[in-house]
Design a protein around this ligand. Structure first.
Ligand SMILES: [Zn+2]
Length: 91
């Protein structure tokens, strides 16, 4: 089975603007890091959005069999753009 790429799925996705760890407001033009998981039924879903100071650049631990990734993106008017994969779980 092919693994859908998180970049395609998350480019332009709507995002919250509060860092999940420090509660700082993220503004348009800021870089953010997001933790995202993929399940077959729902596709790639944002789980946590953090400012770039708090965001991890690598995956910490495995979840329950889900495909997961850390992405970095530009926050732009409540959307994520210029999404790049920082870390992606092995198949
Ligand atoms: Zn933060």
């Amino acid at each position: 089975m092919s693994r859908p790429n998180p970049v395609k799925a998350l480019n332009g996705v709507r995002s919250g603007h509060i860092c999940d760890r420090c509660n700082k407001c993220v503004r348009t033009g800021d870089l953010v890091r997001a933790y995202t998981t993929h399940y077959e039924q729902e596709g790639w879903m944002l789980r946590q959005v953090r400012c770039v100071e708090c965001g991890e650049s690598t995956l910490e631990k495995e979840t329950d069999g889900a495909d997961e990734a850390i992405v970095e993106a530009l926050f732009w008017r409540h959307q994520l753009i210029s999404v790049k994969v920082r870390d992606w779980s092995p198949p």
